[in-house]
Design a protein around this ligand. Structure first.
Ligand code: FAQ
Length: 325
C-alpha cells in the first residue's frame, strides 16, 4: 500500500510515497495518490486491452454457426463468452481509475481509442479458429503473464484470472490444430495456409520495436510493463518454434534460425509499415469491426435503459422503506 492521499498533512510528500511504493515493488491501489500521467497511462492501456477482448469476439464469433460439430461449437461459444468476461473485468479495473465504462465504449466506437491490431484481420477458414487459439492466445499469454505483477492492483488481479483462461484457450487451439493436421491432406493444408496468414500479425501484437516504442521506458519504470516489447516477442518466437514442429507446420519466416550464442532464435523483421497502417485504422477489417461494435451498442440501448429503470425503482423502494431515525 502507498501513502493514502491526505491533503490535511501539507508536509506529506505524496509523490515520494508513490515512488517508494513503486521502488519497493508494492501495489498501488485505487485510493492511493498517483501521478496523473500514471493514471492516464493505465487508463490507456487497460482500455485498449478491454476493447481488444470485446472486439476479439468478432473474428471468432464469425465461425460459431459454421463450427463443424456440436462439440466444436460448444467450445467456441464458451471461448467467445470468456473473452466477453475478460472485457468486463478490464472495464471494471479501468473504472477504479475514475473513468466510466460508457465513456470508454464511446471512445472505442468513435475510434478515439485503439484495440489490438490482430483483430483487424479476417478469419477466412475454420483453421483460423485453431490458429487464433494457438498463436494469438499464445502471444496474449506471453504478454499478459507479466501483467499479473503490474504495479496497479486491480489490473494485476484481473490478469490472474484472465491468464488462467487464456492458457486454456491456447491449449484448445493447439488441440484443434493437432486434430486437423492428423486429418486429411486438405485439412493439413488449411492449417498451413492459416499459419502463413497469422504468424506475422501475431508478432505485431507485442507492439513496435523497442526503439520505436514511446511508452515502454516510462511504463517499465512504473512497473506497469515488466518486459519490453522485443523481449516478449522473442519469448513468443522461442516458445512457438517447437510447437510448430510438433504440429508439423512451417513458420513463414526464412530468416528463422536458432542462434547458439544467444540461446534464442533469430527471426525476420515484421512489416512495420503494415502494423502502422493497421493501428491507424486501415487494416483489412478495421471499419467492419468498429461498425459492428457500434451497431451492437446501439441495439443494446434498450437493455441499458431497462436496467437503469429497474435500478432506479429499487433505489426508490429502498428509500420509501427507510425508517426515519
Ligand atoms: N495493436 O509505446 P508502445 C487478446 C500502440 S488481448 C494496437 O509500445 P505500449 C485476448 C500503443 O497503444 C490483446 N495498438 O505502447 C484475445 C501506442 O499507441 P498510443 C491485447 C498497438 O502500450 C485472444 C503505440 O502503439 N492485449 O489477445 C499495438 O507501451 C484471442 C506505441 O506503442 C493487450 O492489450 C497493437 N498490437 O505497449 C481475445 C495487453 N501495439 O496509445 C480474443 C496489454 C502497440 O500511444 C481472442 N497491453 N500499440 O496511441 C500491453 O501490454 C501494451 O499496451 C502493448 C503496447 C504491449 C500492446
Amino acid at each position: 500500500m502507498t501513502v493514502t492521499e491526505d491533503r490535511t498533512g501539507p508536509e506529506l510528500d505524496l509523490e515520494a510515497g508513490f515512488d517508494r511504493t513503486i521502488g519497493a515493488d508494492q501495489r498501488v491501489e485505487p485510493r492511493d495518490w498517483m501521478p496523473e500521467a500514471y493514471r492516464k497511462t493505465l487508463i490507456r492501456q487497460i482500455a485498449q486491452h478491454a476493447h481488444s477482448e470485446i472486439i476479439g469476439m468478432q473474428p471468432e464469433g464469425n465461425w460459431i454457426l459454421r463450427a463443424p460439430s456440436l462439440r466444436r461449437k460448444a467450445i467456441l461459444l464458451a471461448k467467445v463468452q470468456d473473452e466477453a468476461g475478460h472485457g468486463m473485468y478490464l472495464y471494471a479495473a479501468a473504472e477504479t481509475l475514475g473513468v466510466d465504462r460508457e465513456e470508454l465504449t464511446e471512445k472505442l466506437i468513435s475510434s478515439k481509442q485503439k484495440y489490438s491490431s490482430i483483430f483487424n484481420y479476417p478469419t477466412l477458414s475454420y483453421a483460423d479458429i485453431g490458429v487464433i487459439g494457438w498463436l494469438v492466445d499464445g502471444a496474449a499469454i506471453c504478454n499478459q503473464v507479466p501483467l499479473c505483477r503490474c504495479s496497479y492492483g486491480p489490473y494485476a488481479r484481473a490478469m490472474v484470472r484472465i491468464c488462467k483462461e487464456e492458457s486454456f484457450h491456447q491449449r484448445q487451439g493447439f488441440e484443434l490444430l493437432l486434430a486437423m493436421v492428423n486429418g486429411t491432406d486438405a485439412q493439413k493444408a488449411m492449417v498451413q495456409e492459416s499459419v502463413d496468414r497469422w504468424w506475422w500479425p501475431s508478432l505485431m501484437m507485442f507492439g513496435p520495436p523497442d526503439d520505436d516504442s514511446p511508452n515502454s521506458a516510462q511504463s517499465m519504470a512504473w512497473g506497469i510493463k515488466r518486459h519490453t516489447n522485443d523481449e516478449l516477442r522473442q519469448r513468443f518466437v522461442d516458445m512457438s518454434v517447437p510447437q510448430a514442429a510438433a504440429l508439423g507446420v512451417t513458420l513463414p519466416d526464412p530468416e528463422l534460425v536458432w542462434n547458439e550464442d544467444r540461446k534464442s532464435h533469430d527471426y525476420g523483421e515484421p512489416d512495420w509499415a503494415e502494423f502502422k497502417a493497421v493501428i491507424a485504422g486501415s487494416g483489412p477489417a478495421n471499419a467492419q469491426r468498429v461498425a459492428h461494435r457500434r451497431r451492437a451498442h446501439e441495439n443494446g440501448a434498450w437493455v441499458r435503459e431497462a436496467a437503469q429503470a429497474y435500478a432506479d425503482k429499487q433505489a426508490a423502494r429502498a428509500r420509501e422503506q427507510e425508517v426515519p431515525a
